[in-house]
Design a protein around this ligand. Structure first.
Ligand code: ZN
Length: 672
């Protein structure tokens, strides 16, 4: 049954409405293909949601547009990369709401008002079929009617059990979401050549791989939340189903789930979650609100492509229009010039925004932004606000001219061949670059010096008290009295600063490597380098060949490392620094030869005698390389209790598998 806003009168779209509808449909289809099939979105979520909202409005207002329109298809067509199968029970989408009124409109129609509220995890939906408790087939959502066969890929995900435990129906399709945690996403982007836009794309790109080994190498996670085909239902509510899922071996978002009985409850939960969104270790894009009783759910049934008993309460597309007052240019620690939009302050999704990034000169040109324009600004998660377009331009708006001199030091600005960024070439004397480097040097994952932040560094650099890294360690001795006399500094704060500087002198090698600020070398890579080279001397004399041999070091990284250590000024500054600090080098691994020496080993399951980390350390002492996932290159898998998918993959690949007992025997043999 259709519901028309104009009570029975069917509206006929005019030429303009038709053109708008055709245009929107074409765009949305293109975006869907880019997103679902190529895992490479071309627009941001807010733009997509806006277009979707508009087309759904048009199709409700003018029902004839819905025929072969957007509302009559569920998701993207299935790509031909994978085998496709029909879903036994279609995988419907959930209809979106964006505000409290829309929640109320849905809520008021409910006959039973006990709600179950879950996080809407931003990942890729799957359906996993179990027959007699054994996982037999996994599909993507695909078109909702047919999905892609990703059985082998799902088998590599630990959160998806190969066999259900406990009591389960003869046949059940568990449906849920595969996702990548934010920390895994950051790690992956740091070590892989292909950069993903966000965790969801990384998850989709990792899951929709023809080679399941690639999937296995990416630490994906999964939650179960609903079901498809089913032989018998023993639960009465969604909350009971969550408990059952966990008893079968699935993970759920139960720890964040809430019950509610009014729109006010829902709104309160919604606002709480938005406020604490960053504390959740994975990305979410809203809440899913369900009628808790499954009997009522079945009674209510579904519309053409979405159930009536649940809605997705999406987080606000955090966008607003404001005036661009000016464009300033910031100089970063590598000398890159970044244009920044100075805005008429505006509240976006609860946060007052007065600046937004414009990325680079090309972006300003592409967006055709002029100073004085009304522009659209967007804030997503904890990302820096960005300008997405012009809302309105004016006759007296000013074209922005990108400076050809560094706004901080007046140095020449160049654009390296093939690069988008413009850089100040004065790396040695540009205060902006010096401050940037020093701020990085004292930051939490580097030397972690409390009391030395952006402001203090700028102040000390501007006074000429700090010119390079080493000067930090003589700062109090040489300028303590002057600092004590500065406003905002007392004897106590100087003493504290002195203490944290002294404490930081004992520094782990990987922190030092990270602190140097070598381009492309993040925390994870710094740790790899420390482990491989064991001292700063070894690292600075490393050759290209040596660097490239290391797992996790790519061509670009290797060249950046070489170029850093071949720069005379950089080396002089490093030598100066080394006279003040005491580096804690990683333990030299004394290699006793045994069966593990030189082998690539994966640990899975639980060992009773050692923790995973202890076992890893032992193996590394024997010169083994411990990997996190099984691949064709793996030599040995050591499987403890409850070993999951990694063991299955190893069996399929015919890799040597050792039990904990075997492992212990070998270690004992070694001691004798
Ligand atoms: Zn400069």
């Amino acid at each position: 049954m259709y519901f028309f806003y104009n009570h029975g009168m069917i509206k006929i779209p005019d030429l303009f409405i038709r053109a708008e509808h055709t245009d929107l449909l074409k765009k949305l289809n293109e975006w869907d293909i880019a997103y679902h099939q190529n895992d490479a979105p071309v627009v941001d979520d807010a733009t997509y949601d806006e277009a979707k909202k508009r087309i759904l409005f048009l199709e409700t207002e003018y029902p004839e547009l819905a025929v072969n329109g957007f509302s009559t298809h569920v998701g993207a067509a299935v790509s031909n990369k994978f085998k496709s199968y029909n879903h036994t029970v279609p995988m419907l989408s959930i209809s979106d709401v964006f505000n409290k009124d829309e929640v109320a409109e849905w809520f008021n129609k409910l006959s039973n008002k006990e709600l179950f509220i879950e996080l809407k995890v931003d990942g890729l939906s799957f359906s996993a079929r179990y027959e007699h408790g054994v996982f037999v087939r996994g599909l993507t959502r695909g078109s909702g009617i047919a999905g892609e066969d990703i059985t082998e890929n799902l088998k590599t995900i630990t959160d998806i059990p190969q066999k259900l435990s406990g009591v389960f129906p003869d046949v059940i399709e568990v449906r849920g979401e595969v996702y990548m945690s934010r920390s895994e996403f950051i790690k992956l982007n740091e070590i892989s050549d292909k950069k993903f836009a966000n965790p969801r794309n990384a998850a989709a790109g990792s899951l929709r791989q023809l080679n399941p080994l690639v999937t296995a190498s990416r630490n994906l996670s999964a939650f179960g939340y609903t079901y498809g085909d089913l032989s018998e239902r023993t639960w009465k509510t969604q909350s009971e189903y969550f408990n059952l899922l966990e008893s079968w071996g699935f993970k759920t978002t139960a720890q964040w789930a809430k019950k509610a009985q009014s729109v006010e409850d829902v709104q309160q939960i919604y606002e709480d979650v938005i406020l604490h969104r960053d504390e959740i270790p994975f990305d979410i894009d809203g809440l899913v609100i369900k009628v808790n009783s499954v009997d009522i759910q079945e009674e209510m049934g579904a519309r053409a492509n979405s159930p009536r008993w649940e809605i997705a309460y999406k987080f606000p597309a955090a966008r607003a229009v404001t005036t661009l007052k000016d464009i300033t240019v910031q100089v970063g620690r590598t000398g890159v010039l970044t244009p920044v939009a100075e805005l008429e302050p505006i509240n976006i999704g609860g946060v007052l925004v007065s600046r937004a990034t414009l990325h680079n000169a090309d972006e300003i040109e592409r967006l055709n932004i002029k100073i004085g324009d009304k522009i659209i600004v967007q804030r997503a998660g904890d990302v820096i606000p960005q300008v997405v377009g012009v809302a309105e331009t004016f006759k007296n708006s000013q074209i922005f001219k990108f400076p050809d001199k560094c706004p901080v030091c007046g140095g020449i600005v160049v654009r390296e061949q093939g690069a988008v960024a413009r850089k100040c070439i004065n790396s040695l004397s540009c205060p902006a670059q010096i401050c940037g480097e020093l701020e990085h040097f004292v930051s939490k994952h580097a030397f972690d010096i409390d009391g030395l932040g952006e402001k203090q560094i700028e102040l000390f650099v501007s006074r000429g008290w700090i010119k390079e890294m080493a000067d930090i360690f003589t700062l109090i001795k040489n300028h303590g009295d002057e600092i004590r006399s500065l406003e905002g500094f007392g004897s106590k704060s100087v003493a504290n600063l002195n203490e944290s500087i002294e404490k930081s002198k004992n520094v782990d090698l990987h922190r030092l490597i990270y602190a140097l600020g070598i381009a492309e070398i993040g925390e994870v890579t710094a740790k790899i380098l420390a482990r491989e080279f064991l001292s700063i001397e070894n690292l600075r004399t490393a050759t290209l060949e040596q660097l490239l041999k290391i797992d996790g070091i790519g061509d670009i990284m290797a060249r950046e490392i070489l170029s850093f250590f071949s720069d005379v000024h950089g080396i002089a500054a490093l030598d100066n620094l080394l006279t003040y600090i005491n580096i804690k080098n990683p333990q030299k691994q004394e290699i006793k030869n045994n069966i593990f020496t030189g082998k690539k080993i994966v640990l899975t399951g639980t060992l009773s005698k050692y923790s995973r980390d202890q076992a890893k350390e032992i193996l590394e002492r024997f010169g083994a390389k411990v990997q996190s996932s099984v691949s064709v290159k793996t030599d040995i898998v050591i499987a403890g209790d409850n070993a999951g998918s990694k063991l299955t993959v190893a069996q399929q690949l015919g890799i040597t598998i050792l039990t904990e007992q075997d492992f212990n025997n070998i270690l004992q043999g070694n001691e004798n």
